[in-house]
Design a protein around this ligand. Structure first.
Ligand code: RTP
Ligand code: MG
Length: 158
């Protein structure tokens, strides 16, 4: 890091189909901006089964996997690249625990408490590590790396 500058970090925030269809997008974006994040990129994507399964590949052996894929393909999602110091941990903290019912009790001001329903329909995703953030950024934004580089394909997505 260079002298006198704060090292910024990027993360992926994703508003899941229930968040988009429930009209929570503007409220969530307001929380994001009021919490000091910059929204560097955003795109609306309709995931197909293959893409959703790839995104959540780490959970492929879990009993909830097929239900998760059905949920994540049930409508469009809004994917954003957020940037700020400590973005990965801070966005995870802001969204609250996975189970939105628990979030409403233990983290009543969290995003999942605000717009989630249960342990599956929890309205938002956040990258859980620097490696996940990097993987998810290249998953949705071709040519984008955690280092902040934009190549000639920036602005396109598949
Ligand atoms: P995410 O990856 O979406 O940010 O959520 P997370 O880290 O808090 O939770 P994770 O364990 O990675 O689970 C991924 C998503 O799978 C659904 N899920 N359903 N029915 C269930 O018991 C269950 N558990 C997890 C949720 O949509 C969760 O966000
Ligand atoms: Mg996760």
């Amino acid at each position: 890091s260079s002298e006198g500058s704060v090292e910024k970090e990027k993360t992926i925030a994703l508003i899941k189909p229930d968040g988009v269809s429930g009209n929570y997008t503007d409220g969530i974006k307001r929380v994001i901006l009021e919490s000091g994040f910059s929204i560097l990129r955003e795109t609306i994507v309709q995931l197909d089964e293959d893409k959703a399964a790839n995104f959540y590949a780490e959970h492929s052996s879990r009993t909830f996997f097929s239900s998760l894929i059905k949920y994540m393909t049930s409508g469009p999602v809004l994917v954003m690249v957020l940037e700020k110091e400590n973005a990965i941990a801070d966005w995870r903290g802001l969204i609250g625990p996975t189970d939105a019912r628990k979030a409403k009790i233990t983290h009543p001001h969290s995003v999942r408490a605000m717009c989630g329903l249960d342990s599956e329909k929890n309205c938002v995703h956040g990258s859980d590590s620097a490696l996940s953030a990097q993987r998810e950024m290249s998953f949705f934004f071709k040519g984008m790396s955690s280092g902040g580089g934009f190549d000639k394909d920036a602005g396109t997505h598949t």
